[in-house]
Design a protein around this ligand. Structure first.
Ligand code: ZN
Length: 447
């Protein structure tokens, strides 16, 4: 938008250009028009809010293997292919740093907490639930003795009067249902009181993904839940018997693809869901590291490499999802611990990301909180006492400021002098001599 500002026609653009890991702002000189070529590059800078989120965990879906399958045999995985094409995603996210087992990672996904306490961090941030074969009496709470009640995504959605569903294809994951039932769920302190049972509908049976889809598509067709968590087991089972990346493992991914097709069909069939439903899909762990048919060694990259898809309006199709997040970086071939300066996107981020999509804040007490590159704290132009300033928020502390007279990729120049810290962020006073004859652009780039 062009706004007149002290004789300059200032084009304020503090929104992100998602796909380039940069934020732009620019201006046109006196009498100049807003640069239309640049305007076309701008996309909404804050996460969109949807009414429904389907949060899916595909058990044992190793990210690099999925990527290879979609490249080598796309016709066998049409729904994953669609998900890849229409979502922002990575095939290189990570599971928990210390544990690459099913149950602890699912607890991490719905609570936003690491399994163990990261070295040097507070004693109140991990959930502490490590048993991969939970006794039928276990609940999540209290395994970290400093956290008597471990809140979840279900608490946040339910306490705001919105419905939740839990669909599980491993019976042992009913640990999650039990932990948030009428006996073990916390009191709802947000009026009106919705009761302690945080999960309106749940279904758990070993191996019955068809039954889960029948329930899910039925609910989507009638009265969709705001938040659904669904677990699909097939790749894990095939991996343990035949090995990750084996032909039966590939077939198990194709079996999950059929379930995704059912979900897409249900969404496509109901116009009221279009643009109002998001799919967040990730995995609890990979597999095949160390032992071809195992995944228990979390020091092996094969066991911790998982995909992460966000299919939602406003999320650019095909974008690398780390570029949309202010505090997450593609880890490459590394396995960063929780204290690393550059955190990868993790499955433990998927719960809070789902809440953000619903327009809700993070799980109370959660530690894994991905932050979007937001419009609110991006670069802004201000005219102060006849000079122009670029200001940006502290959220972008790790970014570099660059300037260009045009938008061609090679024309950007680093500004490494004249940047000062101020309350809540940074500013750069644009030297008078560089004031543009027509226009100049600034951007923050994540190096
Ligand atoms: Zn698993």
């Amino acid at each position: 938008m062009a706004t007149l500002c002290g004789g300059f026609s200032v084009w304020k653009c503090s929104v992100g250009v998602w796909s380039r890991r940069v934020l732009f702002c620019g201006w046109a000189g006196l009498g100049g028009a807003a640069p239309s070529a640049a305007r076309a590059a701008f996309l909404p800078g804050s996460p969109v809010v949807v009414d429904y989120v389907v949060h899916i965990s595909v058990d044992g879906l190793r990210g690099d293997l999925l990527k290879q399958l979609l490249a080598s045999d796309p016709a066998s995985y049409p729904s994953f292919q669609r998900l890849r094409a229409e979502s922002s995603h990575t095939f290189n996210a990570r599971c928990d740093y210390t544990i690459s087992e099913t149950v602890p990672n699912h607890v991490t996904m719905v609570t936003g907490r690491p399994v163990h306490r990261p070295a040097g961090q507070p004693t109140t941030i991990h959930h502490g639930y490590t048993n991969n074969s939970p006794p039928s009496t276990d609940v999540i709470h209290g395994f970290n003795v400093n956290v008597p009640y471990v809140a979840s995504v279900f608490d946040v959605v339910h306490d705001r009067g919105r419905s939740t569903a839990l669909l599980l294809s491993k019976a042992k994951l009913a640990l999650i249902e039990r932990s948030y039932d009428v006996v073990h769920g916390a009191a709802d302190l947000l009026p009106p009181d919705q009761g302690r049972d945080k999960i309106e509908f749940s279904q758990a049976a070993d191996g019955d993904t068809g039954g889960l889809l029948t329930s899910l598509t039925g609910r989507l067709a009638s009265n969709p839940d705001a938040y659904t968590f669904m677990h699909l087991h097939q790749p894990d089972e095939a991996g343990h018997i035949y090995g990750w990346g084996s032909a039966p493992w590939n077939a198990a991914v194709a079996a999950v693809d059929v379930r995704l097709a059912q979900l897409f069909a249900a969404v496509d069939a109901r116009p009221a869901l279009r643009g109002r439903l998001a799919i967040v899909l990730t995995a609890d762990h990979g597999g095949g590291g160390g032992a071809a048919s195992g995944h228990s060694d979390a020091t092996r990259i094969e066991n911790v490499t998982i995909p992460f898809f966000v299919w939602a309006p406003g999320f650019p199709p095909g974008a690398e999802i780390h570029t949309l997040l202010a505090n997450r970086w593609d880890p490459g071939a590394t396995r960063p611990d929780y204290n690393a300066a550059r955190q990868p996107l993790r499955n433990g981020d998927s719960g809070n990301l789902s809440l953000a999509l619903l327009g809700l804040g993070p799980v109370p007490g959660s530690w894994l909180q991905p932050a979007f590159v937001s419009a609110q704290s991006g670069p802004e132009l201000h005219r102060v006492a006849g000079q122009l300033e670029v200001r940006w928020g502290v959220d972008f502390a790790g970014y570099v400021l660059e300037t260009s007279a045009g938008l061609s990729p090679e024309s950007w120049q680093l500004i490494d002098q004249g940047i000062t810290a101020e309350e809540g962020g940074f500013k750069y006073l644009v030297p008078v001599e560089s004031a543009p004859a027509a226009r100049r652009f600034f951007r923050l780039r994540k190096p």
